[in-house]
Design a binder for this molecule. Structure first.
Ligand code: ATP
Length: 226
């Protein structure tokens, strides 16, 4: 995808945890269809940066625009809408283990304003196909492998057709071959036009699936030249 339509722009942003400045003067842009890794040592600020992007941490200084929402001028009532335009995937799966895959996904659809049953069922079938789990609809999470559960989480993040998928260590708990499956799913999502920003410690993935790389280091974010 060779578009320059920005989906995420940070300009001279300072990232804080409480009163502690974690990353200073951060500027970068992610366009539609970009795939970007976020790397850096433990404690370097990757999660804090991602949390700022989905408004779990306030942006106190600088400017940020995510999926059309200005982080520096965000009102609390805008946060649910912002998060609908972003797909968020964490390391630990956070599925409801007492409901089927279908019901896990339906829960999100209902919470984000969907009401038509046919539309919901169609969308659930679509996202499950997208992650290669077309037959898992009626299964309970415990009947799925860790990799399959993580793919359901990715499917859930895709329900509202986000402009960007933000993933924090999405392969952190997975075997290398399973991490590979997740990467293939991310690539197909990315090829269909969704930008991806993925924090990872897994440098093998960077070699195997080359893309843009941002590194958190010494309180700054720098782009590595490929
Ligand atoms: N809830 C919090 N309250 C206060 N300080 C925090 C909080 N979470 C993280 N920090 C601090 O902010 C800094 C950045 O942490 P962050 O979790 O963003 O790093 P990270 O690069 O994501 O690390 P990891 O790779 O281990 O996940 C660290 O110094 C950390 O101790």
């Amino acid at each position: 995808m060779f578009s320059t339509e920005p989906v995420l722009t940070l300009t001279h942003a300072d990232i804080y945890q409480g009163t502690k400045l974690v990353l200073g003067d951060v500027s970068f842009q992610i366009n539609k269809g970009d795939f970007v890794y976020l790397i850096g040592r433990t404690g370097s600020g990757k999660s804090s940066l991602l949390k700022t992007l989905y408004a779990d941490l306030w942006l106190q200084n600088g400017k940020g625009l995510v999926a059309g929402y200005p982080l520096d001028a965000l009102k609390p009532r805008d946060i649910p809408q912002l998060r609908r335009k972003i797909g968020i995937v964490f390391q630990d799966f956070q599925l409801f283990f007492d409901r089927s895959v279908e019901d896990n996904l339906k829960f999100v659809l209902k919470a984000t304003g969907w009401t038509n049953k046919t539309d919901m069922n169609n969308r659930i079938a679509e996202v499950l196909m997208q992650v290669g789990l077309g037959t898992a609809q009626k299964k309970m999470p415990h009947q799925l492998s860790g990799g399959e559960q993580q793919r359901v989480v990715v499917a859930r993040a895709m329900l509202n057709e986000p402009q960007i998928l933000i993933a924090d260590e999405p392969t952190g708990n997975l075997d290398p071959s399973v991490a590979d499956q997740i990467m293939k799913v991310f690539q197909s999502i990315n090829n269909a036009g969704t930008a991806i920003l993925m924090a990872t410690h897994n440098y093998d993935l960077l070699h195997k699936y080359p893309a843009r790389v941002l590194r958190c280091q010494d309180g700054q974010v720098v782009e590595l030249k490929g």
